[in-house]
Design a protein around this ligand. Structure first.
Ligand code: UDP
Length: 416
């Protein structure tokens, strides 16, 4: 199907049923390990909040856990449907790419198939399916990539494998044919415009949010115990957990009792080059093994206390589309020391320090400034809390529903 005409705003357009495609990972999965991360949090938070506003949401994901039933209610008005495509066990993303036809065929036979006003696909694998469903059903397709292969390949960390040409080609087609591309930052919009020639009228910036009831400001900065740095997220080269360990070693030159807590599991299906055992080996090599604690991924209900206990949160990622961890830390009032990469530049303002590059000595210098100067730490804390308050998931859902309404109205205008 060719691109529809330019959207004609129709404020009366009804959006009462939305299908979210999240093929490779489920909102029921634990974020911070395997394939679970910001995308899962985004789908869960927006789905439950849309349902609270009276929009029924069906989430379609690959059936990867044989112990789960075909449908699991996530909340009132949100059902997670498991679609058989390939074996009912976790698969690497590269293997899931081979199961997309099966997913598409099974989804077309699902009882809820074709009953939605809008399809919203998350990540390129879902976009591949969404693009074909749009052709068959005529339902408008909204796409969020979350990460772009072109960006990942441009910022590859040592030890990371480049994204295959198949992904890049599929991304381009999905970007061209979706009725609306939702991007998390202006930088992502610029990239889609430059690399794929996508017009600004098909791009809408919808930043992710933070759960302000959960990530509440801490009552006071920690005191009376050694300073603690915190790293939260998947242990993949892209996130730079190795940089966090090296930063701790540098910090200890001037703050010898500083410690580092790492919360998160390995990414995908394996340890890769920055799994817990490699990070422990690195800590031993640097002589800081006793000062590094690594714990597996935990629920956000518990994670909030880790943020509250930290003096500084480290986010030394090589690339981020949108750093939720940096946003959550700021909402809790914890100063952030982050790499100055586009997705983090959009999230970290006066609530932290952006450090050019990934030299641990530079990240350590920023950390030590907060540890040595409580006044600058508390100024960052206040600024972080203020910017967190402006970033609720409710704001994200407002923008999502507006975008959905616009694509539905544009489709109706064309059909008339
Ligand atoms: N997270 C979690 N438990 C953990 C580690 C991470 O719930 O043990 C969540 C974290 O709160 C955040 C998300 O996982 O909401 C990670 O998002 P981010 O944007 O930082 O990284 P991504 O995984 O999308 O690259």
């Amino acid at each position: 199907m060719s691109r529809v005409a330019a959207p004609v705003a129709n404020p009366d357009a009804e959006v009462s049923r939305v299908a979210l495609l999240s093929v490779h990972t489920s909102p029921l999965a634990q974020p911070g390990t395997g394939d679970g991360g910001g995308l899962n949090v985004y789908v869960r938070e927006t789905a439950t909040r849309m349902a609270a506003r009276g929009v029924h949401v069906d989430v379609f994901t690959r059936w990867a856990d044989p112990d789960l039933p075909a449908t699991v209610p996530l909340a009132d008005g949100v059902d997670v449907h498991h679609i058989d495509a390939g074996p009912r066990r976790p698969l690497a993303k590269e293997e899931i790419a081979n199961q997309l036809c099966g997913f598409l065929l099974a989804l077309q036979r699902h009882p809820a198939a074709g009953s939605h006003d809008v399809l919203h696909a998350h990540y390129w694998l879902s976009g591949w399916v969404g693009r074909r469903l749009r052709e068959r059903w005529g339902t408008p397709l909204v796409q969020t990539f979350h990460t772009l292969g072109v960006l990942k390949n441009a910022t590859l960390a040592p030890g990371d494998v480049p994204e295959p040409p198949l992904r890049l080609a599929a991304e381009q087609r999905v970007a061209r044919d979706a009725d609306r591309l939702l991007v998390l930052t202006c930088g992502e919009a610029r990239l889609l415009h430059q690399r794929y020639g996508i017009s600004g009228t098909n791009l809408t910036v919808v930043p992710a949010g933070v759960d302000l009831d959960r990530f509440v400001p801490r009552p006071a900065a920690p005191s009376g115990r050694p300073p603690e740095l915190l790293f939260v997220g998947r242990l993949q080269p892209l996130k730079g957990p190795d940089v966090a360990v090296r930063t701790l070693a540098e910090v200890r030159r001037s703050v010898p009792d500083a410690r580092l807590r790492i919360v998160g599991g390995t990414s995908g299906n394996g340890e890769g080059t920055t799994g817990p055992s490699q990070l422990r080996a690195l800590a031993r090599e640097l002589g800081v093994a006793d000062a590094v604690e690594i714990e597996p991924a935990i629920d956000q209900a518990e994670l909030v206390w880790r943020y509250h206990d930290a003096d500084v949160v480290l986010v030394p990622s090589r690339s981020e589309t949108f750093g939720l961890v940096a946003l959550e830390a700021q909402a809790c009032g914890v100063p952030v020391v982050a790499a100055a990469v586009p997705g983090l530049e959009a999230v970290v303002g006066d609530g932290g320090t952006l450090v050019p590059g990934h030299d641990p000595a530079d990240h350590a210098a920023a950390v030590v400034r907060y540890l040595d100067d409580p006044a600058s730490a508390s100024a960052a804390s206040r600024a972080g809390v203020a910017s967190g308050r402006r970033s609720s998931w409710e704001r994200t859902v407002d923008r999502l529903l507006t975008a959905y309404g616009e694509v539905v109205a544009a489709g109706e205008a064309v059909a008339v």
